[in-house]
Write a protein that binds this ligand. Sequence first.
Ligand SMILES: Nc1nc2c(c(=O)[nH]1)N[C@H]1C(S)=C(S)[C@@H](COP(=O)(O)O)O[C@H]1N2
Ligand SMILES: [Mo]
Length: 648
Amino acid sequence: METHLPSSTPPSVVNHHTRSATRRAVRSLGASSTELAWENEGGHLRNEDAWYRSGRSASEEPPPAAVTGSVPRPSAGFRDELSKKDHDVVDASWAGAVPQSYGVAPRVRVGRDRWFNLLWLLPVGFVLLIAAVAIAKGLRELPAVAGFVAAHPGTVVPAGAEDTAGSPGWVGWQHFFNMLLLIPIIRSGLTIIADHPRFYWTRHSTPGRDWFRVQKPVPADPLWTAKQDSITLPDGVGLPGRRHSIGLARWWHLGVNTLWLGNGLIFYILVFTTGHWTRLVPASWDVFPNALSAMIQYLSLDWPAGHDWLAYNSLQLIAYFVTVFVAAPLAFITGLGMSPALSTKFRRISSVFSIQAARSLHFLVLTWFLVFIVAHVTLVVTTDVRRNFNMMYANRDGDSWHGFWVFAASLVVLIVVWVAATPVTYRHPRTVQRVGYALIGPVQRLFEHLDAKPGQYTEKDISPYLWHNGKYPATPEYADLLEHDFAGYRLRVSGLVEHPVELDLAQLRALPHHEQITQHFCIQGWSGVAKWGGVSMQTIVNLVQPKPEAHWVVFYSFAEGPDGGVYYDAHPIEQMGYHLTMLAYDMNGDSLPYGHGAPLRLRNEVQLGFKHVKWIKGVEFVEDFAEIGGGEGGYNNDHEFFGYRQSI
Ligand SMILES: Nc1nc2c(c(=O)[nH]1)N[C@H]1C(S)=C(S)[C@@H](COP(=O)(O)O)O[C@H]1N2
Ligand SMILES: [Mo]
């Protein structure tokens, strides 16, 4: 009983975990007299193992009579403790007036613990580019290279190219919508990254094992939360930029994505029905030597000859092909790879291709898009720019200024949208939440029906460290319970049920034991596997017998949220019968630690982490959540504009 972590925990994590965590927990509760008690106990929760064993041995027996006997007080008490504050703007009080905190320059890990600052790529890249130009110029003077370039001029013009010459009007529109949609997608994606500014390759998200970060190393504080780790972005960069504005960023990201995917689907259909695909898909091996030739020509600053909008040069062709047919679908697939519902259901894929691989690849796809955009825009404006604009924007050939003015007008639209998006989001966050839900909500709702079976993970998959999140409980009520090992704890299950109950921990432990090893998916992007022991929600449902009009189940916490008022979250009643929905009082074979929600927390693996209420004091079955708190179905939905269906 030295620690709540499994033995595979790296020493650095173990050493400071339990002792100072509990001490800090108690300190944050302002209970200085108890601090000595904790010290005397050697810094861990007392009687945990005895408690655990008694629960285990009793688990075969039928529940004690008291379980069905005691009738709790009316449930209005929980609701009275909620904040009814109606937020209709985002201002300085955002997320409990979280102070701004900027990250650090991007860093990539080299080896075990050395970090390379990517800003060095600017001077290094510049020197390399100059060297490459010098080398390319030298190469072109060699007869062999001159011969190669003459034999492979840079472009392969496919047979029948005449049929698709020029650029049809739909390409121009598609191109415009693509830009219009991609900008908010990228910007909101950056805000999502800023909420957990680290990337990993394994599902454990172990501090110090990130391969990329824009944040300082994780502090030693064992109760450091992922929310504390989030960073601010400038408003013109992020959408929105404010620290921990991921709720709003996700509506932009997922909502606009549905439009972008729609635009992309139309593009695919048009490209293949008009024969235009021959301009984007490499059709012969000749493309590769020609791409090399085009690269040498570009680098020697003597650019390959254009082909009158019959065919793109081979380097361009490959870049367009990768962007349209590799990067875009990969963005979509890796995006879905981060969904708790899909990952838990499609085990075979997600066991190999974890959320963190998906998130890292999603980020590398973003990098590809950014590099592509910079190179593409540079080449467009440095190669026959007026003709390019005429072709793409005015559906005509020639050197007139016509296309340029259409382009300029489209640029004004992009800039206005760019500049307005963040301030409009701050002024009308509920509208962003509603429109976002209208766009992506049906899909989120659909995936909620995926009731996955347990068994994806085993003991050896348990993460050495699970990040903490949220605001720790700090009420005298909770401090008192914690001090007495939750001896006075009563879980109150009430609302629209035939048999409301109050259960103490011994009674909970006497109910049939349910155990699952599952992966946690925080909305911020980190993950981790843990073993949870407790009671299946189905057992509770059987015990209390919900009335037919109960449609939602609300979980109330002892802890307040950052804006004041008690943390709560509503779940659809169907999900209470899912295999992986449970109330956990154990974690990794020990009592649930303070930081992870002692004495009781929810697991509902179809949902993102913020819906897994920790430090639960009550459960209420209701018809509708409109009357509860701010009426949006959960603390984060009321205060930070999250959504209540979070299967992706
Ligand atoms: N009461 C309460 N429960 C909460 C939160 C909170 O702020 N308050 N945060 C949630 C979030 S955002 C996450 S990701 C998980 C984190 O669980 P862990 O700290 O055990 O990893 O708890 C959830 N439960
Ligand atoms: Mo979270």
